[in-house]
Design a protein around this ligand. Structure first.
Ligand code: PLP
Length: 397
């Protein structure tokens, strides 16, 4: 193999040939192994972000690699015009692990939410989609219209009509949902806005209001699902059962995938021709997802996520400069104190220093917040190492 291109060489080509859409870190990754990313210049970075909640089993998990390799030599794609055992069995497993109804595969989180929005509109024959302030559901026009964040929406107006956003309170949800509502779409813990848990009363209010008006409760489990919170699905801990969940990020440990899963009462809403996607539910991605589920459904896996989460949280809470820690399982946010923010400028500046100078990767979803989405397979020694590196980074100024 030729030498990998340097960071500078990559930046030069990107300046010519990539649209400016992403603000990339000055880090060029060559490979990954378990909790580590290896850069082209030979650094080893402790990955506590998992490419935004995707590689939850770490990099190069042998079961996933083997499943993909084997499937690649068997069949990559044949389309949704035929029957395919891998995707069909995956649908069965996803449904049996959650709402017990039907699955529609997509290729990303945004697409899964688009499909859920279409399902809700078909179910109600129209109707409004209600979402919560600070929620995040993706960047396609429908999902974006359900993502009430000025900076993300404003440049792309006009948005899709028929969306309404309300504060995450029981009163606001009850006031917004009526007979003209098709669905309430929400996260139980708002990930992109900084790991903000939604109050259980608000979730219950959403369930009640949807029941009262024949609307669907859609829980976006794109980030919070697949074991991230210590349950397979975050709604399990809330006592509220949705009509639909949407799934993506960690489902195939890095291959692009999305899915919606419904309760049994919604199996017949979508009819042939209503929706479609050329790549969705392809056998390669399904093979990876089966391997992921095999690992996550093994006895003790989710219990270990909870134990690891408790250890991480306790260790972070003891770090000077961290005022508080929130989240569940291994979906965590550390709130910096005013002194730490003052010394570093912002959590974003600190996160940049952590990855470039302390070889540990987390991100900053808000100016005072660090977010951690570490591999669910992370060991105690790596948790301690990660916290030590974050502490060193905070103390370095
Ligand atoms: C990341 C995310 C999405 C969007 O997923 P994409 O695969 O980037 O389209 C939607 N909802 C939530 C909660 C997410 O965290």
């Amino acid at each position: 193999m030729p030498d990998p291109l340097s960071l500078e060489a990559l930046e030069q080509i990107e300046a010519q040939h990539l649209l400016r859409n992403y603000a990339r870190l000055p880090v060029a990754v060559a490979s990954g192994a378990d909790v580590w990313l290896h850069t082209v210049d030979g650094r080893r970075i402790l990955d506590l972000l998992c490419g935004l909640g995707v590689t939850s089993l770490g990099h190069g998990h042998p079961n996933v690699t083997m499943a993909i390799t084997e499937q690649a030599g068997t069949l990559l794609h044949a389309s949704n015009l035929v029957h395919l055992e891998g995707p069909v069995r995956l649908a069965q497993r996803l449904a049996e692990s959650s709402l017990g109804g039907g699955v529609l595969f997509q290729n990303s989180g945004a697409e899964a939410n688009e499909a859920a929005i279409k399902l809700a509109r078909r179910h109600k024959r129209g109707g409004e989609i209600v979402s919560l302030f600070r929620g995040f559901h993706g960047r396609t026009m429908g999902a974006l219209s359900a993502t009430p964040q000025e900076s993300k929406q404003e440049p792309f107006a006009p948005l899709v009509p028929g969306f309404r956003a309300v504060p995450p309170t029981p009163e606001a949800v009850h006031a917004a949902v009526g007979d003209g509502t098709a669905a309430v779409l929400l996260e139980t813990i708002q990930g992109e806005s900084g790991v903000l848990p939604i109050d259980p009363d608000t979730l219950r209010a959403a369930r009640e209001a949807c029941d009262a008006h024949g609307a669907l409760l859609i829980v976006d489990e794109v980030q919070s699902g697949m074991g991230r919170t210590g349950d397979m699905w975050s709604y399990e801990a809330t006592g509220v059962v949705p009509d639909v969940i949407t799934v993506a990020k960690a489902l195939a440990n890095g291959l692009p995938v999305g899915a919606l899963v419904t309760g049994p009462h919604l199996l017949d809403v979508l009819q042939p021709g209503d929706h479609g996607s050329t790549f969705a539910g392809n056998p390669l991605v399904a093979a990876a997802a089966h391997a992921v589920l095999d690992v996550m459904q093994a006895p003790g896996f989710l219990e270990r996520v909870r134990v690891a989460g408790d250890r991480f949280r306790a260790a972070l809470e003891a770090v000077p400069g961290i005022a508080s820690v929130r989240g569940r399982g291994l979906m965590l946010a550390a709130e910096l104190d005013a002194d730490a923010v003052g010394r570093h400028g912002s959590a974003g500046d600190l996160a940049l220093r952590l990855v470039t100078e302390h070889d540990v990767w987390v991100n900053a979803p808000a100016p005072t917040t660090l977010r951690l989405l570490p591999p669910l397979t992370i060991g105690d020694a790596e948790i301690d190492e990660g916290v030590a590196r974050i502490a060193a980074g905070i103390a370095a100024r």
